[in-house]
Write a protein that binds this ligand. Structure first.
Ligand code: ASP
Length: 331
């Protein structure tokens, strides 16, 4: 809720002063760093303040030498099972027709990937995505096909629309005039990146997507290259926010490719945000996207379009939630 309040406040202020010029300059103006930071050993880096709980769940096994892939799945599962999280899994807000539809993906250091989208009634979409990766010749399963696959693989059917989420949806229906655009105050994704003791990278994303979205809408979160990309030799990147902008710019793939070409994790995220900012074609106050990145050498970075985006970082020395610098400022 802290995050939500901060974000709403940021948007309210955003007749948004724009930091024009090079993204590194914009980052400095917004209080960020151009260089980023580097950490030794295992690392967990998650979106939003609720990422701290995901990190806490995943950390013990990772710290003990567990695999990055297991860590990102464990972190995502924590968020999916939290009934108080309105934007992921159980307790997630439904689409405008009252259906909770889930998007998730997972990727490892070898470039293996699995994904599910428009999945209903399964508590842990991230684990179904992992099963798609490990047990099928495919990368992505959608809708009823994904659900049938999950049930056949032993996942239980679950009603994910909690009484609280149903009440919020009913209240929204009473008052809302539906317009198919970002209701930016009601969406988030748990995106999580990990590096393990052996230097292997992995990432995962899971979300119920944009609340009250059109039935059938799929966001960036299950799309490999959009909300998540991992290259074991280079780095990993993930996204949260207004998915349509991430999809149009294939942001996480872009961040990793920029890191391959020599950018730091930080400046790669800044450039990916800048691509969105330059091509907005929309009131910047209507858009929020945030990227996080981690290099194979343990450097981390993050950048957002608007103020209000947070990251949760866990290492052997650090367990923190920080604000992420942004392209637009509120000054
Ligand atoms: N990216 C998600 C979507 O567009 C929502 C979010 O992360 O805020 O569905």
């Amino acid at each position: 809720m802290t995050t939500r309040r901060r974000f709403i406040r940021a948007c309210a202020l955003a007749g948004a002063a724009v930091s024009s010029g090079h993204p590194d300059t914009a980052a400095r103006e917004a209080g960020g760093t151009a260089g980023g930071e580097r950490h030794e050993g295992p690392i967990l880096l998650s979106t939003w303040d609720f990422g701290q709980a995901a990190n806490a769940t995943a950390w013990p096994a990772l710290a003990a030498g567990g695999a990055a892939l297991d860590a990102v799945e464990a972190g995502a599962r924590q968020a999916e099972a939290d009934p108080d999280n309105r934007t992921v899994g159980l307790g997630g807000l439904p689409d405008r027709d009252g259906h909770v539809t889930l998007d998730a993906c997972i990727m490892d250091h070898q470039g293996r990937a699995g994904s599910v989208c428009f999945l209903e009634g399964i508590l842990h979409p991230v684990s179904v995505a992992r099963r798609v990766m490990e047990a099928t010749p495919h990368v992505m399963l959608a809708g009823q096909g994904a659900r049938r696959f999950a049930l056949a693989e032993g996942f239980a059917s679950a009603d994910l629309l909690t009484d609280e989420a149903r009440r919020e949806w009913e209240e929204w229906r009473r008052t809302a005039e539906y317009r198919p655009r970002a209701n930016r105050e009601r969406h988030d994704t748990l995106s999580i990146l990990a590096r393990d003791r052996d230097g292997r990278l992995a990432g995962a994303c899971t979300t119920s997507g944009m609340s009250y979205k059109m039935h059938g809408r799929i966001g960036d979160s299950p799309i490999i290259g959009a909300a998540l990309y991992v290259d074991g030799a280079v780095g990993a990147a993930c996204a949260t926010g207004h998915g349509e902008f991430v999809m149009r710019t294939l942001g996480s793939f872009l961040v990793v490719e920029l890191m391959r070409q020599g950018r730091s994790a930080q400046t790669a995220c800044e450039e990916a945000v800048d691509r969105i900012a330059r091509g907005l074609g929309a009131d910047p106050a209507e858009v929020q996207v945030g990227y996080l990145a981690m290099s194979a050498t343990g450097e981390v970075g993050g950048h957002a379009v608007q103020p209000g985006f947070q990251r949760a970082l866990r290492t052997a020395r650090i367990d923190t939630v920080d604000d992420v610098p942004s392209r637009f400022t509120t000054r």
